[in-house]
Design a protein around this ligand. Structure first.
Ligand code: MG
Length: 264
């Protein structure tokens, strides 16, 4: 670490003297002169040239340490209260205990705010005590826009129909692999959701979902066939450009913690 700065400085000075492009120029802050180029070809279909000096620098975001959210996330649940959530037109009434919220039969909850394209982080745990089987074991779900379900289920040594197991796009696509942890253990969903686009009632572009389950890729920009349905084919019907994120009350005491979102 000690030698990083001088070494970089010398390398840059040498590069500037020789006017030779180097990888170092990419790492320099935007306010430094002679960053990049203005005589390179335009990128196809873009307003920016290759290595364009004027191209805005990406916003600096401080990533969270361990389980903490990154600096630009909107916190939906930090373990303290359910103020970001409601249930129909009432306040959310899930059990809140020790930084964790738990499904308790008071109904599905949804965010007060609405969202379109998002990155979403959710942590959940199926009940440690195994009761029932198949769809009766740790069933809940993350509904994007209140319509498109990423299934939550205890799929650790628990066979159910594949398009209904943990991390399935319910009723449509099983996850690419089963990355489920044991009952009672905390699990993560890291989600990139792209909302569908409509022109009037006509679907222009389907909703897509990318999901890492416990850090393992289980959906790769997979297109939803439509809004989630049970024992029926999913289909699209036109809806608003933004919708709530909802968490399903399916009667099993599934727990949630550390939920945050970033608008894309
Ligand atoms: Mg479900």
């Amino acid at each position: 670490m000690k030698h990083t700065k001088p070494a970089l400085g010398i390398a840059f000075a040498a590069a500037a003297l020789l006017a030779v492009p180097t990888a170092f120029s990419l790492a320099l802050p935007q306010d430094q002169p002679n960053v990049g180029y203005s005589d390179t070809p335009f990128l196809p279909g873009d307003e920016w040239r290759v290595h364009d000096s004027a191209r805005p620098a990406p916003t600096v975001v401080t990533p969270g340490v361990g389980l903490a959210p990154p600096s630009d996330a909107l916190i939906l649940f930090n373990g303290k209260d359910l103020s970001s959530w409601k249930s129909a037109d009432k306040d959310a009434r899930w059990k809140l205990d020790d930084g964790v919220m738990e499904v308790n039969g008071t109904g599905t909850i949804e965010t007060r705010e609405t969202f379109g394209d998002i990155q979403l982080h959710v942590e959940w745990a199926a009940p440690a005590v195994v009761e029932s089987s198949s769809q009766g074991r740790g069933n809940s779900g993350v509904f994007l826009m209140g319509r498109y379900e990423l299934q939550v289920l205890d799929s650790f040594d628990n066979r159910s129909y594949s398009d209904g197991q943990a991390a399935a796009m319910y009723g449509q696509y099983p996850p690419l692999v089963n990355a489920c942890r044991k009952p009672g253990e905390w699990q993560t969903y890291d989600i990139v959701f792209r909302a569908p686009r409509f022109e009037g009632e006509r679907l222009l572009k389907p909703a897509t979902l990318t999901v890492l389950h416990n850090g393992v890729l289980v959906h790769d920009a997979e297109a939803f066939l439509g809004a989630t349905a049970h024992r029926a084919l999913a289909k699209y019907s036109q809806h608003a450009a933004q919708g709530p994120i909802s968490l399903q009350d399916h009667g099993n005491p599934v727990r949630y913690r550390n939920i945050w979102v970033r608008r894309l």
